[in-house]
Write a new protein. Sequence first.
Length: 630
Amino acid sequence: DLSSDRAALLALRSAVGGRTLLWDVTRPSPCSWAGVNCEDNRVTVLRLPGVALHGTIPTGIFGNLTGLRTLSLRLNALTGPLPSDLSACVTLRNLYLQGNLFSGEIPEFLYSLHDLVRLNLASNNFSGEISPSFNNLTRIRTLYLENNKLSGSVPALDLPKLEQFNISNNLLTGSIPTKLRSYKSSSFLGNSLCGGPLGACPGEADNGDFNIDGSKKKKKLSGGAIAGIVIGSVVAFVVIVAILFLLCRQKSSKKTSSVDIARTVKHPEVEIPGEKLPELESGGGYGNGYSVGAAAAAAMVGNGKSEAANASGGAAAGAKKLIFFGNGPRVFDLEDLLRASAEVLGKGTFGTAYKAVLEAGTVVAVKRLKDVTITEKEFKEKIESVGAMDHESLVPLRAYYFSRDEKLLVYDYMPMGSLSALLHGNKGAGRTPLNWEIRSSIALGAARGIEYLHSQGPNVSHGNIKSSNILLTKSYEGRVSDFGLAHLVGPSSTPNRVAGYRAPEVTDPRKVSQKADVYSFGVLLLELLTGKPPTHALLNEEGVDLPRWVQSIVKEEWTSEVFDLELLRYQNVEEEMVQLLQLAIDCSAQYPDKRPSISEVTRRIEELRHSTLREDQPNAVHDIDDGSSR
Ligand SMILES: Nc1ncnc2c1ncn2[C@@H]1O[C@H](COP(=O)(O)OP(=O)(O)OP(=O)(O)O)[C@@H](O)[C@H]1O
């Protein structure tokens, strides 16, 4: 009953300390203590993440907490083996013990907790083998065992409900069993494993055709199949040769078609690839200096530091020039841009973006548009309206260049990169920890930028809100980039990597309503809070359907499990985090009418940021581990 639950919690408190010491033990009921929830006069939820618990949990505690459904002790400094009387908690559904120093073998009793749905033992010192008895946990959906010292081979797990699985960074060896081969390679990396996503094991064909135990299926091809393969190969070969032949002919006939800029700047020594834009990205990689010279800004070819664009050249130089917006100083001209050294920032839907460092030291981002099919007049009209957008939360478009073959847009360069890179890029040492203050500031900047765009008229929307289009200032304010581009390019360039952000009602990605922008912004907020990329948001990375995933979790009433671990260290803002999560869920509602307007979104973010600042002045955010507390 509740009094024995209370006694057990007090025993836990005196054994492992930490912030449980702040519990008001004068209260007769434990249900109001931080991290404790009750139902029907029993403690059902105990959540103590990141509260500086330390030491070994003795037996005699959890044996009494038999009403527990959720136990979260993650991100503490708990040591030793798991207490054996945890076996009495047979109604446990969610067990989060990651980020501690637990050691010893994964105890057998865990396999008798048949109600377990989520089990996270990652980032501890567990050793020994992974037991095939995990197969007893038939309801398990999440099994995280990464970053331990588990050894031996991986047993043939067959868990029908398993969705999330990770055993990376252990000491495991051998072949990945067939049923686990559908998980991506990151679930297995950091071991000596082979097979499935890690590539075939020695002596194993790479077609993934295996028996349950990992042995290869013996199959013979019929005579018909062999004949089919042979004929198919011959036909494919002939087709490829024909295509190559046609391409070669086309290439030689077009050889000098895009030389406008080069001719303009009189740069005969640079050969301009006529039809195919240079594949700078594949060869060069980031950080290499390339001349933007010659067709240059145009082609941004890796021609080395060619002395392009000498200033004396250019009979027609006046005809083709950079057109600047606003009244700001024209600190560079086309020739400067052509001479700049360029580095590829990335390839997007509308073309490739480059960082260009001009000789005078100015740095700009140049976007080279592909697939612009509209006329120069139309382009000018549309780009003028983009250039007229002026708000501190937008990345300003400074200038553009238009010729028959090249269309360039020049933006302010944002040295801190994109939100996407910040969240999913370098996770190693030296990385800025993304605390609540930074994340909520980025969210607010992005919301304000979108609010400004929407204020320009009921039909004005961004159409491509996603984390790579939110760029950051040095003080980590979010700024919205890439607005208005969808209207400049042909249908084949409509945003195609935004599936995870796209509202369910959007069928034509070029016609995106303001409410659809709000949906995308909601997904972006979920990404900020969970640290997870939405489906397909990143190349080569499978994400999750964030709105569905978050909603499934929130329904199960363990909201705080969705937050990025890094964010959870800032416990004193959990209330605000939950409010932002609620806002994100409202924005990503299935029906457009149910979503708030972006002005309301901005207001709600402002409010919840104010409440953090009010409570925590002078320092907005404290780290839970630095001893500060609410
Ligand atoms: N002004 C800028 N300053 C710094 N980095 C930028 C700038 N503009 C774009 N980038 C970065 O360059 C890369 C390519 O950007 P780009 O906008 O071309 O593609 P994208 O955002 O990945 O996709 P999409 O074209 O659909 O918006 C991205 O990582 C983006 O964050």
